[in-house]
Design a protein. Structure first.
Length: 360
């Protein structure tokens, strides 16, 4: 059993005893992967203080044997996974935690029925996620690789931004090129927004054609070896007005201020505040309609969140995005986003696409 996984399981067991639960049912696929290495899409992990079980079905027998990194009992369920879990827990009068944020009411009902009256189910949330928020060096290396892949793809597709191309064509090119570079796939639906559509922070690519003198927002991320990157750049096609340049400079400075504020021990709300303060100075704060960033790892949005007034502090091992933006209805939007790793005494920006204002 690899040392990495031994450490994860032992930290989780400590967290469970602190919460006074005897066992935990892990159903969220990224959490299952994090704890045991199995990446199949049908898998449930059960662990108590001594033992671990991985439940899957016959389609994943070979994969589970190949991927399983821990000393767990592999159960190939003949029926539903819930019935197999039920066989193990039904005879035990104990508290079993479940991942309340990742189960539907209907799914939980199936587990309750299969387990009978003895186990007491306890809704937990964020238990495995709290461990995942602290990355080790190998995880940061994977995010760095995913960040480089996204950065190179972005640099490559800038050449395609000629008047006449459609948003969905650029999105398709980005996703195709990321896969050609070895990505498992996009980390989220790629955002490509031209002109006034760039004012929508989560614009879905449409058939809109690029025209001269428009802003272009590209927000893309790759999954590489299981880990996500998330990168946004905004460029201008044509010659930008003084106003657009001023906005761009403000967003860039807001991002630089937030990156400078990012460090182990800083409060998440203060990192967010650093970006907001710069935008307020440029009278753009009301156009910054989302939070400054989010954690990044096996999922593209994870802990810690960097939003207004948040009191939790950052820790060495966190990887977060820093992505301030301004969005002005009818005109367009500007966002600059990079991925930043937090170490005990420094930070590292993992994405490396240029941030200078580009007029194409
Ligand atoms: Zn993004
Ligand atoms: Zn993001």
């Amino acid at each position: 059993m690899s040392g990495l996984f031994v450490k994860r399981l032992s930290l989780l067991r400590k967290a469970l005893s602190a919460k006074n639960v005897a066992a935990l049912l892990v159903t969220h696929p990224p959490n299952v992967f994090y704890l045991c290495g199995f990446s199949g899409d049908s898998g449930t992990l059960l662990m108590d203080q001594q033992r671990t079980w991985l439940f899957t079905d016959g389609r994943f027998t070979v994969q589970a044997r190949q991927e399983l990194q821990i000393d767990a009992r592999l159960v190939i369920s003949p029926g539903t996974l819930a019935n197999s879990v039920g066989e193990i827990v039904s005879s035990r009068r104990m508290k079993v935690g479940f991942e309340a944020g990742h189960m539907t009411v209907a799914q939980m009902k199936v587990f309750r029925q299969a387990a009978g009256a003895k186990p007491r189910w306890v809704a937990l949330s964020g238990t495995v996620e709290a461990l995942r928020a602290i990355k080790d060096v190998n995880e940061i290396e994977r995010i760095r690789d995913a960040g480089k892949l996204a950065s190179r793809t972005l640099a490559e597709v800038l050449a395609l931004l000629k008047p006449g191309i459609r948003e969905f064509e650029v999105a398709a090119e980005i996703e195709y090129r990321m896969r050609r570079r070895g990505a498992d796939g996009p980390a989220f639906k790629t955002i490509v927004a031209f002109g006034a559509r760039a004012a929508l922070p989560h614009a879905r690519p449409t058939g809109k054609r690029l025209r001269k003198n428009e802003l272009v927002v590209l927000d893309l991320g790759a999954i590489l070896a299981g880990y996500c990157s998330d990168l946004t750049r905004t460029v201008y096609v044509g010659k930008a007005s003084a106003r657009i340049r001023k906005w761009y400079d403000a967003v860039r400075q807001a991002q630089a201020a937030a990156i400078a504020a990012t460090r182990a021990g800083a409060l998440a709300g203060d990192v967010d505040g650093a970006a907001r303060h710069v935008l307020a100075g440029a009278r753009l704060e009301k156009y910054f309609v989302h939070s400054t960033g989010h954690g990044l790892g096996l999922e593209v949005h994870e802990d810690p969140r960097l939003a207004r007034n948040q009191k939790h502090s950052l820790h060495a091992g966190n990887v977060v995005t820093i992505e301030p933006g301004v969005y002005v209805e009818g005109i367009g939007g500007i966002r600059i986003e990079d991925d930043v790793a937090v170490y005990a005494d420094r930070t590292e920006v993992l994405t490396d696409a240029p941030r200078d204002f580009l007029e194409l």
